[in-house]
Write a protein that binds this ligand. Structure first.
Ligand code: GDP
Ligand code: FO1
Length: 300
């Protein structure tokens, strides 16, 4: 069994390789849910949906969110009627958000809701939310405290970040299902996801770090030099007091990492790191990196 900690872009790119080189039933993914948001009465869990659509073969891999060839009729009509739906939601994607919202409102745990949806999408891998507690990453800006999705999509990331806040009614605790998958795994891979908005929320769930300390943990850096391959990770790292770099990424993971993978292009060497080509510009590159990481996982 191999378990991954994932957000919605970098790690899914790596999973696209792993699903081709590993028995798919042997893959478990613990997914960040701190970017979840209720929109137009329905529940979007962007990172879970990306991982679920990827495994189901329906993901739009141009954007790494939403379904391939989806239509946007409802979204366009909602905008015409004056609804401020700042996230572009596809019609089939919306049906998933409606189904998830209904099941949650009926009192189901997000873990079970995700299981039902994955079964309906024919997913063979295990996909688990990091917690069943609602957690939200918020960004304090000059406009006040806003949801991360408002910062990134509505404001296009063009606001100064005063603080990154993780909001939840009670401290998030991980689930029995997550702990069982980690316990059954030989290796845990922290994929090249955003350390602040994708990986830290998972590590902050009570119980996870203790479980990971018992395992061989391989982490892949999402940074090359002082820039992430894509997205807002640099500004978020600075706001949290970490250097925006591979070194800052490793610092952020606080001593749970046994093997740190850094891109061959990264000009600043982190002592002891394994250098691999981590730039997954197509499926073949994802497969090659998955093979390299498997070799590292089974190595000395
Ligand atoms: P999000 O939920 O959409 O923010 O997605 P993730 O947190 O899973 O991934 C975002 C991170 O993926 C960014 O910080 C990127 O630097 C990183 N990333 C994207 N593509 C690649 C890639 O091909 N290689 C590496 N090493 N990192 C990548
Ligand atoms: N990201 C965008 O940048 N623009 C969008 O319009 C957008 C729509 C969207 C719809 C469904 C979904 O599951 C994800 C979507 N995303 C969109 C991705 C976004 O939610 C990501 O979480 C962030 O881009 C980065 O973490």
């Amino acid at each position: 069994m191999i378990t991954f900690l994932s957000g919605g872009t970098g790690t899914p790119k790596l999973l696209r390789g792993f699903m081709k080189v590993t028995d798919r039933h042997e893959i478990a993914v613990i997914v960040n849910t701190a970017e979840d948001i209720w929109i137009s009465g329905n529940h979007i869990s962007p990172d879970i949906d990306t991982v679920m659509y990827l495994f189901s073969g329906v993901l739009n891999t141009d954007t790494w969110w939403g379904l391939r060839d989806d239509t946007f009729t409802t979204h366009d009509e909602a905008l015409r009627l004056g609804i401020d739906e700042f996230i572009t939601i596809g019609d089939r994607d919306r049906a998933v958000h409606i189904a998830r919202g209904k099941m949650l409102q009926n009192g189901m745990r997000l873990t079970n809701v995700t299981k039902v949806l994955c079964e309906r999408f024919g997913v063979r891998e295990t996909v688990l939310p990091m917690t069943d507690t609602e957690v939200t990453t918020q960004i304090r800006t000059d406009l006040g405290l806003i949801h991360f999705q408002e910062y990134w999509i509505k404001a296009k990331g063009a606001l100064d970040i005063r603080e990154v806040v993780r909001a939840s009614a009670e401290p998030p605790k991980t689930t029995e299902e997550v702990l069982a998958e980690i316990a059954a795994s030989d290796t845990v891979v922290i994929g090249p996801s955003n350390p602040i908005t994708s990986i830290l929320p998972i590590l902050e769930c009570d119980g996870i770090v203790k479980a990971l300390k018992e395992k061989r943990v391989i982490a892949v850096s999402p940074f090359i030099g002082d820039s992430p391959v894509s997205g807002p990770a640099a500004a978020l790292m600075l706001a949290k007091g970490y250097e925006p770099s591979s070194k800052g990424t490793l610092d952020c993971y606080g001593g749970i990492v046994d093997v740190f993978v850094q891109d061959i292009r990264d000009p600043v060497e982190v002592k002891g790191s394994v250098r691999l080509d981590t730039l997954m510009t197509d499926e073949d590159k994802s497969i090659a990196l998955a093979r390299d990481i498997l070799r590292v996982a089974t190595g000395p």
